[in-house]
Design a binder for this molecule. Structure first.
Ligand code: SF4
Length: 135
């Protein structure tokens, strides 16, 4: 029996997932243990989803470090009253993350996400040079 090379390649990929398969006369692949195959695939999918969720959770709870190079470049401070007024003349102490258009924390939260510092939380009382007054 002649086996098409694409079929052989597909079977090798399935073998990599520890799935036993057989070549069929028409060039297809028969799954001799379909339950085992589906079980192994669902395990991989669940592990991937759990890993992504875990990573997202870890990123959103991490607080921004004022010494982070991007934070330094944008003059970010956890306390808006500590912003260097000489460097950031447009800054006013009434401006803070909690009243910035970009702040994604809920009202009353001490910290919240900000897309300028993706994956990190900024202080509700903080400020950076990307501040945009909330409309
Ligand atoms: S963009 Fe707005 S919410 Fe984000 S750090 Fe700067 S001031 Fe805070």
């Amino acid at each position: 029996m002649k086996i098409h090379s694409a079929t052989r390649s597909r079977c090798r990929r399935l073998d990599a997932l520890a799935h036993p398969c057989e070549f069929q006369p028409g060039g297809g692949i028969a799954m001799t243990n379909r339950r085992r195959f589906l079980s192994s695939i669902s395990g991989v999918v669940l592990a991937t989803v759990a890993g992504v969720d875990g990573k997202a959770e870890a990123q959103t709870t991490a607080k921004l470090d004022e010494k982070d190079p991007q934070a330094v470049a944008l003059g970010y401070k956890h306390d808006t009253s500590k912003v260097d007024k000489a460097k950031f003349a447009k800054h006013d102490v009434s401006q803070k993350c909690s009243n910035c258009q970009l702040y994604q924390g809920k009202p009353g939260d001490a910290w919240g996400p900000c897309p300028i510092f993706a994956g990190k939380q900024v202080s509700a009382n903080g400020w950076c040079n990307s501040y945009v007054k909330k409309a």
